[in-house]
Design a protein around this ligand. Structure first.
Ligand code: GCU
Length: 609
């Protein structure tokens, strides 16, 4: 009996403590703040039995009376008789940001727990607040500073931070994470995905310094469907009334002053004529400053409108065709998560080489830097949360997790002109529970941001030569988007697929989210030989003919820009844990189908001039 009460107490305590660890909603524009990078070499300990977290009775050290005993103490042997069975200083190191799979042969397939530790110097000042900020950690992170637990975060692709004001020491500090990337049915994503389960601290880590009352979040975007009405809002990290906020856009000679209300907020709408609107052809970004008497945040923000009207997509009121390509957050040359601006610029430049004006950043929130580069380079963006395949639709905790990840994505990227679509998922199997789960996510997206389109990659089914789209979720979203693999998974050889026709229930713009087929770069044969570049080339030619039958076709993001790693692709000659649907190989070689798509986009660019 005692044991049960104690474990119930533990559950309540850990729930309460994780909530009360000072985690606020993600801080807006972290790179525009006063930050110290904690990137670089981190020591790590592989811990498959979580020996550094649980004692030999499998009770967590950090929930014990003393809260000590785990690897998070980061102890160093002081006396020769002392027993310590770990030692970060003499453990191997890995680069952060960086997944662990691509940094060590023995971690390539590792799914489990790894401890990561970084020492750093700080000079905290009285009256200032300090946060440690993570761009993303896959999948579950337990975070400790100087042996004290800051909190726990779940979700592999969205930013989070913890308030460390009371734990940060003058001089040397030790930050320790226990990272667990084991896939679980009730998580988001669930256990089955067609991408590599890269674990670790995969994006930037910063120590950020703020004045006592700082700006936690802000938004500056055009009101839905209006080219001259700006919506501006600010939220301080605490409810301080009367804080003066100055918004300025020097290039426009715009300056407006506000005072925060009792909730520490500012909200305003004001007209500003003659804005140069952002578009892929003219990706105009304005220097924006948001100031208080203690901080001055700089950002670069573009302004544009996006709407659907009948079966057209209107960008700044003009009908567009989305010349797109799907992209994973992976550098094929590394075979690992994109780590640097250089990696990301390379991927987006390859898309531009194909004459794209649009990218689908599948299947999860990508690095914030990727979206800022899309703003700069002129690429529209489909952003997505990893509600992928067979999710636990009836589990409330699973829904709360999906909603949190969608919220974090929208909070982080709401000021990015390039983002035009919030996608709530990919290829989710039809059921009543799934429909309600996804409908609620669609509502969440609209409640957080009514200016952008809401979509999802739906599935089609076939009846004879008819490809049918009648997914009830189609009622709740703005685009008809679906994945269709005629010529690869079904429908015979590429030359046979033009016999199909489409039966699409909804009169909305159609943006194909996926079609494609594999080709091993450099393998040449006739167009009916599977895995050859010629097969993939013929598939693209015939898919374009097939899809051109859709009168409301307004875009596509074929699957996929580059070959990427997947544990589901085991053919020893053609795959070797690579999904080969890339139009560029893992050596950076453009396959023949790349040029088929480019030619088609050149034609569509002329047609939609
Ligand atoms: C699916 C899925 C992708 C997957 C692709 C494939 O449609 O959305 O994540 O990689 O098909 O089978 O290659």
């Amino acid at each position: 009996m005692l044991k049960t009460t104690y474990s119930v107490f533990l559950i309540c305590f850990s729930l309460l403590s994780s909530i009360s660890y000072g985690q606020v909603t993600a801080i807006q524009n972290i790179q525009g703040r006063k930050i110290q990078s904690l990137n670089g070499k981190w020591n790590y300990i592989i811990d498959p039995y979580e020996n550094g977290y649980y004692d030999y009775r499998h009770d967590p050290f950090d929930q014990s009376k003393t809260g000590t005993g785990g690897y998070f103490d980061d102890k160093v042997q002081k006396d020769k008789s002392e027993l310590i069975e770990y030692d970060f200083d003499h453990s191997p190191q890995m680069n952060v940001p960086g997944d662990w799979n691509s940094q060590s042969e023995k971690l390539e397939l590792y799914e489990g727990n790894i401890w990561l530790r970084r020492k750093f110097d700080a000079k905290p000042e009285k009256g200032k607040r300090y946060f440690v900020y993570f761009g993303a950690v896959n999948y579950e992170a337990h975070v400790y500073l100087n042996g004290k637990k800051l909190g726990v975060h779940k979700g592999g692709f969205t930013p989070f931070q913890f308030d460390v004001t009371n734990n940060l020491k003058a001089g040397e500090n030790s930050i320790v994470l226990k990272v667990d990337n084991i896939r679980k049915q009730d998580e988001i994503p669930t256990v089955n995905t067609d991408w590599w389960n890269y674990g670790g601290i995969t994006r930037d880590v910063f120590l950020a310094e703020f004045p006592e009352h700082f700006i936690n979040d802000y938004k500056l975007q055009l009101v839905k469907g209006n080219k001259n009405l700006l919506n501006f809002s600010v939220k301080l990290a605490d409810a301080t009334a009367g804080q003066e906020i100055t918004l300025s856009i020097p290039e426009l000679k715009l300056e407006k002053k506000y005072k925060t209300d009792a909730e520490g907020k500012v909200a305003d709408e004001f007209t500003w004529n003659n804005l140069s609107l952002w578009s892929p052809e003219s990706p105009k970004l304005y220097g924006v400053n948001i100031k208080t008497d203690k901080e001055n945040i700089s950002d670069k923000i573009g302004f544009r409108t996006i709407q659907v009207a009948g079966d057209s997509i209107l960008l700044n009121g003009k009908s567009v065709f989305l010349r797109g390509i799907s992209i994973h957050d992976e550098n094929p040359l590394l075979a690992g998560r994109l780590r640097s601006e250089g990696d990301m610029r390379m991927m987006l430049q390859w898309a531009k080489d194909m004459n794209c004006n649009y990218v689908r950043l599948a299947h999860y929130p990508h690095n914030e830097e990727m979206i800022r580069l899309a703003d700069e380079m002129g690429l529209l963006v489909w952003a997505e949360v990893p509600v992928y395949w067979t999710i636990s639709w009836t589990n409330p905790a699973t829904y709360a997790n999906a909603k949190q990840q969608l919220t974090d994505l929208i909070v982080r990227d709401k000021n990015r002109a390039s983002v035009i679509v919030w996608s709530i998922g990919n290829e989710t199997p039809l059921s009543d529970a799934r429909l309600s789960f996804m409908s609620n996510l669609a509502e969440t997206a609209r409640s957080l941001d009514d200016t952008r389109l809401v979509a999802a990659a739906l599935e089609v089914h076939r009846d004879g030569n008819n490809i049918i789209l009648n997914d009830p979720l189609g009622e709740k979203i703005d685009l008809v988007s679906f994945n269709e693999y005629a010529g690869w998974y079904w429908g015979g050889n590429p030359s046979e697929i033009t016999k199909y026709n489409f039966d699409i229930k909804y009169k909305k713009p159609v943006v194909i989210t996926e079609f494609g087929g594999d080709a091993l770069g450099g393998f040449h044969a006739d167009e009916n030989t599977r895995w050859s570049e010629e097969y993939q080339e013929a598939l693209y030619k015939n898919q374009i003919t097939l899809l051109s039958k859709i009168g409301a076709l307004r875009g596509m993001t074929p699957w996929i820009l580059t070959d990427f790693r997947s544990p589901r692709r085991q053919h020893p000659i053609y795959q070797n844990f690579w999904n080969r649907k890339g139009l560029i190989s893992e050596t950076g070689k453009k396959k023949k189908a790349f040029f088929v798509l480019k030619d088609f986009y050149d034609q569509m660019q002329v047609k939609y001039k």
